[in-house]
Design a binder for this molecule. Sequence first.
Ligand code: UT7
Length: 326
Amino acid sequence: MKSLKIVGTGVSLPSRVLTNADLERMVDTSDRWITERTGIKERRIADEGVSTSDLCADALRSACDDAGLSPGDLDAIIVGTSTTDTLFPSTACWVQGKLGLHGPAAFDVSAGCSGFLYGLELAGALITSGSAQRVGVVGGEVMSKVVNWEDRSTCVLFGDGAGAAVVTAGVGGSGVLASNWGADGTLASILYQPAGGTKRPATHQTIDEHAHTVHMEGNTVFKHAVVAMSTAAISAMERAAITADDVDLFIPHQANMRIMEVARERVGVPREKMMVVLHKYGNMSAATIPVALHEARREGRVQDGSTLVLTAFGTGFTWGASVLRW
Ligand code: UT7
């Protein structure tokens, strides 16, 4: 077991709400289609001047408050995001600047919706190796700025937000009991942002083609997500020597209620033990798991000794799962 403990959590969610009814006025869709196919009712949208680092800095500040620490106590900041402020430097560096810090290591993890769990895995490695004692792990996205608002097959899915956790060395029986992570880059083009990087730099043509927005083969993502999220969770649970009966709370990446339900059934956890915030926030990519974890704590669903299974899947493809003893 990695003796690792989450000592504080925080979130930042834009106040502007975009409902399914609002979307009905923007594209050819309906509340009924979105609700039945995804489970999403509304999502949050960042104001024009707000970038991913703004939400991540707010969330991390709140997580530090929750932990009774100051951001200056952190040795490293890891940000999981696909919607970076800039291609360089990292969003984590922008976050660090906004927190007024000089010195702690700061870097991004580009693992799509699995970004927070990749960050947690890295935080564990930094802490167990002695490289860091306190690490801020953040998942944050402003998806609304990389969505094609004329494409009904993607624009209804995503939302903006950030969630953060402060991770330290654990004591006693708490910590990460086991984890599992992986990737399959042969499937990279199934879900990606085609232009803006070195593969296809920005031109007038890329802008005309909406090539700076999310391109996704939804059905393919769906099939892989179900298998990868459940397989990663089951593998981590086996390594942790726990069964579905031992799980107090299952927190899957919140992409689509149908994906979450099938993954939950495959893992064998009852419906009432699955944390759901998808209906309120949509798919916030790397932010969904830390936001769901924070809300679960606020609702009293996480107690000392609780066993949590977190599992995610995202662009790359990437996947990850962690079994936590709180
Ligand atoms: O975080 C990881 C990233 N992404 C995901 O996890 C997304 C994974 N995929 C999904 O969640 C689902 O594949 C979607 C929600 C994206 C789509 O659901 P689906 O059940 O796979 O629908 P579909 O793509 O097979 O489309 C069914 C129909 C199509 O019409 P026809 O061809 O049957 O006439 C679409 O054109 O639904 C139509 N459609 C819509 N209709 C109303 C697609 N989007 C919409 C929409 N409103 N927003």
